[in-house]
Design a protein around this ligand. Sequence first.
Ligand SMILES: Cc1cc2nc3c(=O)[nH]c(=O)nc-3n(C[C@H](O)[C@H](O)[C@H](O)COP(=O)(O)O)c2cc1C
Length: 311
Amino acid sequence: MFPRMRTRITELLGIEYPIVQAPMGYIARAQLASAVSNAGGLGIIETSSGRLDEVRGEIAKMRELTDKPFGVNIAQLFVRDPGIVEFVAEHGVTFVTTSAGDPTKFTGALKDAGITVFHVVPSLRGALKAVGAGVDGLVVEGNEGGGFKAPTGASTMVLLPLIAERVDVPIIAAGGICDGRSMAAAMVLGAEGVQMGTRMVSAAESPVHDNWKQLICNSSEGDTLLLNRNSPPAFRVLRTEFSTSAEQEDRAVIPSLQAVHDLYFGGNMEASFAFSGQVAGRINAIKPVADILRETVDECERALRDAAKLA
Ligand SMILES: Cc1cc2nc3c(=O)[nH]c(=O)nc-3n(C[C@H](O)[C@H](O)[C@H](O)COP(=O)(O)O)c2cc1C
């Protein structure tokens, strides 16, 4: 049975299913990431919160909660500690995704430390630059995804084949993927693995307040806003009164850490922004990570078999 779906991603990362949980500030921590790794995917620990003291504890917890592989994300826009490469290397991390920044900045040092590096890209230009910088693979992220985005970015459907035709490194697709049908589409378009953000926010093991999970389940595909389109960094959030009124401003500003926590863990959906992707419109239930992964893989295999019958 192991591994059921073999790609360069499962081989490179030593995982059973080529499904990666997205890095997400304060959310992508040991509770969620260990559930994903234990279910056969790859859990990722965030550093975008900037709280490396807490991240250190989360990495230690991962080692208690799972003996499976996991990764760490370096979201370059938010890195305040110049010793971030030494930080991940010291903690024995073997897989890193770098995002929101220049791929030439950390790739060399990470690779010198023996770490496998994937860079997150929103464009063909970014992809070619990352490959030139020597990355082992790419996370190709469409504009429909949740969180920080290139304001002029294209959707996953356009980006994936565009980039897959031009690079030889393995690709993890991100943006709009929540189940087997969307995973199968990504694989056909040239990916060898997928990353889920919004779906993992809604998972039973996600640490966010139930109000956020319910809002995802109740949202339609048109219920997200891309804020700061004209004054990057842009970010995609769920439609609330708070985000609708921020849309009228020239520049939407992330409120205080206290307000962020009030939304994330206190459930006050009007305190801050609930980063989420358009795929919220396809998510209707809060499910355990193991169910999400199992159902996704089963449905993906079925969809690929059905598609093959057309050929
Ligand atoms: C709540 C939230 C926080 C995020 N934070 C980060 C982050 O810290 N670093 C990063 O590279 N991407 C971040 N992202 C983007 C995700 O990694 C992922 O690529 C995106 O969610 C995929 O699209 P989807 O939401 O349609 O699954 C975040 C997304 C969400 C929803």
